[in-house]
Design a protein around this ligand. Structure first.
Ligand code: SF4
Ligand code: ZN
Length: 311
């Protein structure tokens, strides 16, 4: 019968690709939220007393995570601070920042907006304009390096013990497949729900939505009528990640469980990969900014220095 498997309501909004389970809007919201909270407990991503810095872009993933983590905050289990990074992407980021401010206010969560300009004296748009043709294709690499730098720095400034990001199942399988195809074994040893390092200056990073498909995140925010930024970043379409994303989505049409099986298989293999290929980096401090770095300069400072030398 075409009714919700949990409550019998005839208003089905999803038939799960993996299990075939049919759910109405309320039961879908409840079961997704419970799944994320269960994943958090099972993988010990968050402990009582943690102060969690949530990377809040205003997009669907981070707003859904705000919705779920704020329940832990309201139960007095964690302290939560949302941080929005303005990379300086004209015509795109402004709306995301606005929606991040609105959502942080709605959930009563402490919120900081910080920018590339403030920490690096430049914007992502300028970085792309001032560099060779390749720079556009590498936008996500630069953006990721600078964002990680900022989150880590700000997490220490606000006393956060964890950095939570809204990476979903699609993002994580893209990372796995990309690293395989590029033969980047070192990268594979670092992919997972929780990443920590020996350096105390690196805050532990967690991905509570890692097992939720992007499609279900979209459905969650629509079902809950959350106010989110749906526009895509103008640089996203030109990356290798975007090519892999399109390929995986196409595969999913005929093989609905392919992303889960990629993730499950990888998670089983990871301890072996780590044992065999994991390098324990020796961390020191970057000579320029003082952030932890395995070489003389951290990645952010070496990009900035390289561009300074070229100009
Ligand atoms: Fe940055 Fe790439 Fe995301 Fe755009 S798509 S915000 S360039 S990481
Ligand atoms: Zn540095």
């Amino acid at each position: 019968m075409n009714v919700c498997d949990k409550c019998g309501s005839p208003e089905i909004i999803i038939k799960k690709k993996q299990s075939g389970q049919k759910l109405c809007s309320n039961c879908f919201i409840e079961s997704t939220k419970n799944k994320v909270l269960k994943d958090i407990r099972r993988q010990k991503l968050i402990e009582k007393g943690d102060k969690v810095l949530l990377g809040l872009s205003g997009g669907k993933d981070s707003v859904m995570l705000l919705d779920i983590l704020s329940t832990l905050k309201n139960r007095g289990i964690i302290d939560l601070v949302a941080v929005t990074i303005d990379e300086g992407i004209e015509g795109y980021r402004e709306e995301g920042v606005e929606l991040a401010i609105k959502n942080a206010e709605k959930y009563g969560v402490e919120h900081k907006v910080v920018s590339f300009k403030q920490y690096f004296g430049t914007t992502l748009d300028k970085i792309i304009q001032n560099n060779s043709e390749d720079a556009r294709r590498n936008a996500c690499t630069y953006c990721g390096v600078f964002r990680r730098w900022i989150f880590n720095r700000v997490s220490r400034e606000v006393g956060a013990t964890k950095i939570a990001t809204g990476h979903n199942l699609d993002d994580e399988t893209q990372s796995i497949v990309m690293s395989y195809l590029e033969g980047n074994i070192q990268n594979l040893t670092r992919i997972g729900p929780k990443s920590q390092s020996k350096s105390e200056k690196f805050t532990v990073k967690i991905k509570p939505l890692r097992e939720i498909p992007e499609r279900e995140i979209g459905l969650y925010v629509i079902a809950k009528e959350l106010d989110v930024h749906f526009a895509g970043c103008p640089y996203a379409g030109e990356s290798f990640r975007a090519e892999i994303g399109t390929f995986l989505k196409q595969l999913t049409n005929d093989h609905p469980t392919i992303m889960y099986s990629t993730l499950r298989g990888f998670d089983r293999m990871k301890p072996v990969l780590k044992k065999e290929f994991g390098k324990e980096s020796v961390f020191d401090e970057c000579e320029i900014c003082g952030e932890p770095s395995a070489s003389k300069l951290c990645k952010a400072c070496s990009f900035l220095k390289q561009w300074e030398d070229q100009s």
